[in-house]
Write a protein that binds this ligand. Sequence first.
Ligand SMILES: *[C@@H]1O[C@H](CO)[C@@H](O)[C@H](O)[C@H]1NC(C)=O
Ligand SMILES: *[C@@H]1O[C@H](CO)[C@@H](O)[C@H](O)[C@H]1NC(C)=O
Ligand SMILES: *[C@@H]1O[C@H](CO)[C@@H](O)[C@H](O)[C@H]1NC(C)=O
Ligand SMILES: *[C@@H]1O[C@H](CO)[C@@H](O)[C@H](O)[C@H]1NC(C)=O
Ligand SMILES: *[C@@H]1O[C@H](CO)[C@@H](O)[C@H](O)[C@H]1NC(C)=O
Ligand SMILES: *[C@@H]1O[C@H](CO)[C@@H](O)[C@H](O)[C@H]1NC(C)=O
Ligand SMILES: *[C@@H]1O[C@H](CO)[C@@H](O)[C@H](O)[C@H]1NC(C)=O
Ligand SMILES: CC(=O)N[C@H]1CO[C@H](CO)[C@@H](O)[C@@H]1O
Length: 502
Amino acid sequence: MGANGNAMFLRLITLIGLIAYRECASNYSFSSDFLFGASTSAYQIEGAWNESGRGESIWDYQIHNDPRSIRDLNNADIACDSYHKYKEDVRLLKELGAGLYRFSVSWSRIYPDGFPHNPNQEGLAYYSNLIDALLAENIVPVLTIYHWDLPERLQEFGGWTNSSIVELYTEYARILLDNYSDRVKYWVTFNEPFLICTEGYGGPLFAPRVNQSGIADYQCAHNLIKSHAAVYHLFNNTYRSKNNAKMGIVFVAEGHTAGSSSAQDIEAAERSKQFKIGLFANPIFGKDGDYPKVMRDLVAKKSAEEGFSKSRLPEFTPDEIKYIKGTSDFFGANHYTTKLSKYSAPVKGVTSYTNDMEAELSFDPSWPKDPLNRFAIVPWGFREVLVWIKNTYNNPEVHITENGSPDSGGLEDNVRVTFIGLYLEALLQAINEDKVNIRSYSVWTLMDNFSWVRGYSNRLGLYQVNMSDPNRPRTAKLSAKFYKEVIANRVVGDYPPLPNNN
Ligand SMILES: *[C@@H]1O[C@H](CO)[C@@H](O)[C@H](O)[C@H]1NC(C)=O
Ligand SMILES: *[C@@H]1O[C@H](CO)[C@@H](O)[C@H](O)[C@H]1NC(C)=O
Ligand SMILES: *[C@@H]1O[C@H](CO)[C@@H](O)[C@H](O)[C@H]1NC(C)=O
Ligand SMILES: *[C@@H]1O[C@H](CO)[C@@H](O)[C@H](O)[C@H]1NC(C)=O
Ligand SMILES: *[C@@H]1O[C@H](CO)[C@@H](O)[C@H](O)[C@H]1NC(C)=O
Ligand SMILES: *[C@@H]1O[C@H](CO)[C@@H](O)[C@H](O)[C@H]1NC(C)=O
Ligand SMILES: *[C@@H]1O[C@H](CO)[C@@H](O)[C@H](O)[C@H]1NC(C)=O
Ligand SMILES: CC(=O)N[C@H]1CO[C@H](CO)[C@@H](O)[C@@H]1O
């Protein structure tokens, strides 16, 4: 056997190994009641920003007043034009065989200045029509009440850092419950409170760009959690019975794995999960409620060192802790990637959330990445965080509300096909081997395109949208075809290997 023969032999062995691995990994199938779907958000797809009575949101404000804050200088004034084309979106979902669709309502389309007066009837009708169109195709509507687009007028009063937001948000939620609770099965109060607060109020990039890390982000968290609880109680007491519905909340559920086997890094990995997921999940799902103890202790200690008279992390009263605990029927998990977490010594004189966390997050250079080099592809990290959620929060009902991967353009999105295949296999293992109670899976996102500060240069859609065509035609990518097969067959089909050059 020459060098060639050897290489062929090796390839054959690898192939047999791969087939054996694939058989093993994809032996499981999805039960008939497991729901598949796709997610979107109002601001990213609707467009029609100034039509039919809609008011200005913090994102409209930022983009119109500072267009350079969006990397590719694009805006979402028209986006996918879903305000006019929602029927086509429903058709795409039907083509996929989707069982659910998670969309969000734009607050300023209902109450243009955010305050609860003179509801905009055209806005109410839009979502009502969307819900009816979904139900007509047997697609379960999953309605997110808040997905980042605060009415700008409320930001002038401090937005989520002003405690009066609790009542305003409750009134906004009430009109949605009044109008849609006869038909909506799943309600989500908030999408990713972590990013709303740490990016929007702690950072300089995402609207409203308050950039006061370690202070405004915690105030935002405090009011947001109270808002969530208030709306859950309203739902639970008055509206749940109308459609036997459920209400939950959606968290950033990124994986965090220890950067080394040292005790310090193992602790750092747990602590970063508590700072990222626990900050919001512990008050609602934790056994004793309240913020995670490690957070309360660290922020109090640092605040004292910095000369603050009390902790920068606000305190809940015992009554509030009780009022908040248990206010979610399911744990919504958005998952894109996993990071290595290493201990990082706090820097004296710096007030920030990251400094409070005492951990540094990074990607392991050996992990494969998506074509835009944004996220590491780490399916076992998905499984690991799902097991952590199960163990930390007493085995809640879990819905994977977002999972996805960006592509570099075109319809042949092979890496996304592989990504979805690998992550669904990890999910099947979590269900079958780890007994995590997962009920649904949604791809982020149904269609390209507006991706916040990344504008249109970050495409995560199953469908491509031609943004130069005024009709915004949608075209299925390979991943849409792959996902459609998964949904139809309830098993993960074959997918290409990840390219080595990644
Ligand atoms: C696949 O599943 C079947 C039935 O559940 C089981 O008998 C078999 O051992 C599994 N095979 C592997 C490789 O896990
Ligand atoms: C709405 O905004 C667009 C820009 O996106 C602008 O061209 C149009 O004039 C505005 N319409 C109204 C009624 O203000
Ligand atoms: C909070 O918002 C209300 C309006 O909802 C406003 O009257 C009040 O002045 C705001 N408080 C602060 C501190 O900005
Ligand atoms: C929508 O809610 C408003 C305010 O609660 C109410 O007046 C109206 O009747 C509701 N419409 C429908 C169709 O339920
Ligand atoms: C955000 O805040 C940090 C820390 O105070 C500061 O260094 C940075 O310049 C600010 N960025 C912007 C864009 O304001
Ligand atoms: C929801 O309502 C039910 C029935 O009234 C009640 O038993 C339960 O405690 C409520 N849940 C919460 C978290 O308050
Ligand atoms: C997008 O639409 C424009 C205008 O209709 C057309 O010229 C172009 O070929 C389309 N691009 C693709 C990739 O289909
Ligand atoms: C995949 C796709 O259709 N992406 C589009 C998103 O929007 C940008 C900017 O308008 C277009 O250039 C892309 O073609």
